[in-house]
Design a protein around this ligand. Sequence first.
Ligand code: PEP
Ligand code: MN
Length: 346
Amino acid sequence: MVVVMAPDATEADLAEVVTRVTGAGGEAFVSRGESRTVIGLVGDIDRFHGLNLRALTGVAEVVRVSTPYKLVSREHHAPSTVHVGEARVPIGPGGFTLIAGPCAVETAEQTLQAAQMAVAAGASLLRGGAFKPRSSPYAFQGLGEAGLAILADVRAETGLPIVTEVVDAHDVELVASYADMLQVGTRNAQNFALLAAVGQAGKPVMLKRGMSSTLEEWLLAAEYVAQRGNLAIVLCERGIRTFEKATRNTLDISAVPVCQSLSHLPVIVDPSHSGGRRDLVVPLSRAAIAVGADGIIVDVHPHPDVALCDGPQALVDGDLRDLAAAVRNLPPLVGRTPVGAPLRVG
Ligand code: PEP
Ligand code: MN
């Protein structure tokens, strides 16, 4: 059961609902979205009915949500827009947002060059991993905090807010002190301790789909973040494991409209990690736009031959024109406006 608060509800109104619910032996999880605050109730529904919460000041609606994920469900909730960084770059309905950057932050120069490539392609957010979740313990694990500092410098230089991954619940505070948006990767998509921690970090979250997660499992993972108070979540389809070996993963393009029908959260696509091949990135980006994605996240690298991570899927300078054309020209055909680079802040 979910209590939807009115836009003008006060903190005292909220507290009253929480007090009544806990007094009835239930639990109340307050989640603050940009447009409204909702309270997820866990416990004996019959007792909640007896509380007549609808009659309390500041309560707009009390609804029963039929899906197992309550706070992120599309039931009784219009599609959300998530805003990122000081520039408040939007990701959501009506717009189309390009996130681009290197897979991993390697050096200051490489990251700045990749950010300039991102801008050239029409990006409004910069991606780049400082903590890398690598399959092999012998592979480059990322620069850690030094990488975060590089991202912050590049943000200062370019004005692009930064999206970066956190792989360990203990690092959430550190990463959140630099990042504008926290990324949870496919390998951690069901790391519930991490999901709960990012839910409390006060920064928007980009949640990738687990490589073997069903859509329901993915939305329940998002529910862990939402339940800790944070509804600023963007879902990212990045391909799933199938029997097909020609591509790194199989892009489940239908996940985009299906998730948009099940959840109010924005859905973006990662054509780089899905295909795993540079030549597939632009075609898959076009597919993502056509199917109605709210954005895409793309790897770019100034010198992919020497990249320390995922070079084969990174776009190079010569590919940017095609990506930029797709991002500029195709969204209007499906009723969306490209978001574009943020106005310089600070
Ligand atoms: C990434 O985006 O850098 C990444 C590791 O992606 P995924 O978690 O989808 O593999
Ligand atoms: Mn990668």
